[in-house]
Ligand binder design. Structure first.
Ligand code: F6P
Length: 362
């Protein structure tokens, strides 16, 4: 019988995390009279035993708030935990035993872990060590294969689409090529959907390598048809044919070893002289991860949170909740993290974009 549930948010923040936390606390305490403990700052809090009780009062009013009231971290893997040495160097050790001890000390009999592929891969390893865990998929990148959609994606998409709309006015007025660089890591979902929704003229995604000459050609073709501007929506992970993604820098201690960024600038520098149109770049960055979740993300996050509690109560740990069509279902945690969901280069969404004249630079 589960009496105490822990909840942890890991990886990059995104809109809807608080909505899940709220749903977990409400479903656990009101319906089942369970105690809920919030682990602070992701896996760091688990290893170090930093946690606080969560009551109904603690989650009051957090549904529309972005971020996470628990704090998060996209490092601090308990299995490869970095601790600073007195001489300034870093020692990387396996602290998973400490995490297990803290779970026991806190009396946690079931743990809801909310995160993307990095966080859930660690959750899977803890689950193998005997911790009853249910995963909840979050990420603005929407790149987990086991769920039709992750929460956070819809909110990021709304921000990116609004940015495309706003860039249109300057593009038209100044006759420019406006390049919008969006996030998404190795998947092009944000760029593709925001590009379609905002009427972007050129969409560049990691799944379809581009040729810079074709990008330029697309802008020039528009010019010939009297369209004296173009909007390029480029995913941070897009790369030229035979080339590499643009990496801002390496990130030590993170499951994601590189920070992407800069491809927008590269595109603009090429297109400006060859299309004969002034170009400007907007890097949307963390604006995509901030602010209030959309109604869809609140709806999905709330359903996920309630389903996660139900699974723990039914003794069905080791699973991740997911959306299949309109239904909330669950999959084995191991299956949940084994495959990334990327845009199908010949899939119907890409075809739809092509049908309305969008170029993918290929
Ligand atoms: O995975 C979410 C995400 O926002 C990616 O789209 C992006 O590449 C990355 O995280 C940025 O991470 P950070 O917040 O560490 O810069």
């Amino acid at each position: 019988m589960v009496r105490t549930i822990g909840v942890l948010t890991g990886g990059g923040d995104c809109p809807g995390l608080n909505a899940v936390i709220r749903a977990v606390v409400k479903a656990a305490s009101a319906d089942h009279q369970l105690r809920v403990v919030g682990i602070l700052d992701g896996y760091a809090g688990l290893v170090e035993g930093r946690a606080r009780p969560l009551t109904d009062a603690d989650v009051s009013g957090i549904l529309p708030r972005g971020g996470t009231i628990l704090g998060t971290s996209n490092r601090d893997d308990p299995f490869r935990y970095a601790t600073p040495n007195p001489d300034g160097s870093t020692a990387v050790t396996d602290r998973s035993d400490d995490a297990l001890r803290q779970i026991e000390r806190l009396g946690i009999e079931g743990l809801v872990i909310i995160g993307g592929d990095g966080t859930l891969s660690i959750a899977q390893k803890l689950s193998v060590r005997g911790v009853p865990i249910v995963g909840v998929p979050k990420t603005i990148d929407n790149d987990l294969a086991a769920t039709d959609v992750t929460f956070g994606f819809d909110s990021a998409l709304a921000v990116a689409t609004d940015a495309v709309d706003r860039l249109h006015t300057t593009a038209e007025s100044h006759h420019r090529v406006m390049v919008l660089e969006v996030m998404g890591r190795y998947a092009g979902w944000i760029a593709l959907r925001a590009g379609i929704a905002g009427g972007g003229d050129i969409i560049l995604i990691p799944e379809i390598p581009y040729d810079a000459h074709n990008v330029c050609h697309a802008a020039r073709k528009r010019l010939e048809r009297g369209k004296r501007f173009s909007i390029v929506v480029v995913a941070e992970g897009a790369a030229p044919v035979g080339g590499k993604m643009v990496v801002q820098r390496a990130v030590a201690g993170s499951p994601d070893p590189i920070r992407l960024g800069g491809v927008g600038q590269a595109i603009a520098q090429h297109v400006e002289p060859c299309a004969g149109l002034e170009s400007r770049v907007t890097v949307l960055g963390h604006l995509q991860r901030g602010g209030s979740p959309t109604p869809f993300d609140r709806w999905l996050a709330t359903r996920f949170g309630v389903a996660a509690v139900e699974l723990l109560i039914e003794g069905r740990a080791g699973r991740m909740v997911c959306l299949k069509g309109q239904r909330i279902e669950s999959v084995e945690l191991s299956a949940a993290v084994s495959q990334l969901r990327r845009v199908a280069p010949t899939g119907d969404e890409v075809q739809v974009a092509r049908a309305v004249g969008t170029s993918f630079g290929d």
